[in-house]
Design a protein. Sequence first.
Length: 146
Amino acid sequence: MSLGVICHSQGVADKISLEEYNSDLLDSLVFDEVVRYRKENDLAGLFKSESMIDSARIHSSQMGERDKIFYKKFRKGQCPVALEMNIREFSYLELSRIIVKRWMNSPGHKELILGPYFIYGASSNHIVMKDDKLLLKGIFYLSYNP
């Protein structure tokens, strides 16, 4: 079972709930965290692109429909985008930081996120129910064009 936007009643410090999951909030926090990393590295922030947000949502939704949670083989620069963990244990803010930190620990993702010429970005994080756990599959797009 995968979930899109369900409700907007949860806030930044709230623990993630299946019944009240707020994908817009998590997507926004992940975007802000990427911008924070860029600014820490003396790079310009990013503008949100509505067309890229739409594409990222479609992509993360398609990822959410797949059964594969773990990827068995990694090439250099890759990281597991879909990680099995019980995300109910985290607030939205905590989870956004975990997502971006994991991307930043991947050489390939870090290189993209800190690409100096990117000016547009979008985030989408899809929740999947598997074996009584809420799992997350996240996407972050970067582009020179909106």
